[in-house]
Design a protein around this ligand. Structure first.
Ligand code: KG4
Ligand code: ZN
Length: 336
């Protein structure tokens, strides 16, 4: 018998996204990004996000199905994340998925959004498998996960303040580079000297945890002082140095975790993995240690519906379905 066809709907933050997956095969992945809508406000406005999801979701489901070449009644499972995410935004995708499953007489599977990120590399790398250490770094989360088996996770480290993407976003806003900050700093760092300025790498004594608030304070004070003295470094140097400080910490902590667990493979996901310097540095660190590295393509690093479908395919395969009475859990934590 062929693998079930799973439709995944993702609306936990600012992307409305739908994907179709069969087994580990990616059949389609489409999305409507709200970046431009939120850029006007300098960040994500939850109410605006929820309303934009409502408008985008139905046409995206149709587009994902037609790109995958399947009729809606050929879909075997419909999935959406329960959390973590913005309550109102999550509710749009969750209710839509449940209603669609109910009307088609198909099972509904609610998944953990972070488990989606853990499954994303599986759609592009046939040999991605546990045991592995996976770094999940985005605008809302920074975690290091020891994936002992599919569905068996130990959270080894997390941020004690801002997520890595949030640090990029806040620093870019401070420098007047706009939203989202990660891509802006990535672009502005082109040709810059990553050693031009020296910023702190926090929590040296906690090998798997992150903290980015000290970096933020240091950047603000150093730039203000330099401005007053009329010695402001070129923007490319400032951005390359900030980027290097964030990248250093993410790569170091992930490699610490790989070493501590002795896993043969490392993977990563979340929007910050679209960063070119971070991808380069991960590759170099993995090569140096003889570790296998599984990085999704940038489109699979950021939030998408296919990763939700991939996680749901695993859950459904393990015999799980979600009752119609289930509700979203915006504060849901992986592994709990
Ligand atoms: O995973 P994602 O799309 O959404 C969340 O679940 O948060 O991640 C968005 C985050 C934003 O903070 C954005 O600034 C960051 O990912 N990001 C980047 C890059 N592209 C997106 N950070 C650094 N460099 C990039 N090229
Ligand atoms: Zn995400």
């Amino acid at each position: 018998m062929s693998d079930p066809i799973v439709l995944g709907i993702e609306t936990s933050c600012d992307e409305t996204a739908v994907g179709v997956v069969q087994g580990t095969e990616l059949r389609s992945s489409v999305l409507s990004s709200q970046t431009e809508v939120h850029a006007r406000f300098g960040g994500i406005v939850p109410e605006v996000a929820a309303r934009a999801h409502v408008e985008a979701i139905r046409p995206l489901v149709h587009l994902a199905l037609s790109r995958a070449g399947v009729y809606s009644d050929q879909v075997d499972v419909i999935a959406a994340p329960e959390g973590p995410g913005l309550a109102g935004a999550l509710m749009v995708g969750y209710s839509f998925a449940k209603a669609m499953a109910w009307s088609l007489g198909k099972p509904f599977v609610g998944v953990d959004h972070m488990e989606g990120h853990l499954f994303a590399p599986r759609l592009e790398h046939a040999d991605y498998a546990p045991p592995a250490v996976v770094a999940l770094v985005s605008g809302g989360h920074s975690q290091i996960v020891h994936m002992r088996g599919w569905g068996d996770y130990e959270i080894m480290g997390r941020t004690i303040d801002d997520a890595a993407g949030e640090a990029f976003d806040k620093l870019a806003r401070f420098m007047g580079l706009g939203y989202p900050g990660g891509p802006a700093i990535d672009a502005a760092s082109e040709g810059g000297d990553p050693a031009a300025m020296s910023f702190p790498r926090a929590l040296r004594d906690r090998p798997f945890d992150f903290s980015f608030s000290g970096l933020k304070t240091s950047v603000v004070t150093q730039l203000e002082r330099a401005k007053e003295a009329g010695e402001l470094a070129p923007l490319a140097d400032v951005c390359a140095s900030i980027q290097e400080a964030i990248v250093d910490v993410i790569v170091d902590k992930t490699m610490n975790a790989a070493e501590a667990t002795g896993v043969p493979a490392v993977a990563a996901g979340g929007g910050v993995l679209a960063n070119r310097r971070l991808r380069e540095r991960f590759q170099a660190a993995a090569d140096e240690r003889g570790l296998r590295l599984f990085l999704p393509t940038p489109a699979m690093c950021t939030d998408n519906g296919a990763m939700i479908a991939a996680a749901a395919a695993f859950r459904f395969g393990a015999g799980e379905t979600t009752p119609w009475t289930a509700e979203v859990m915006p504060g849901r934590k992986l592994g709990s």
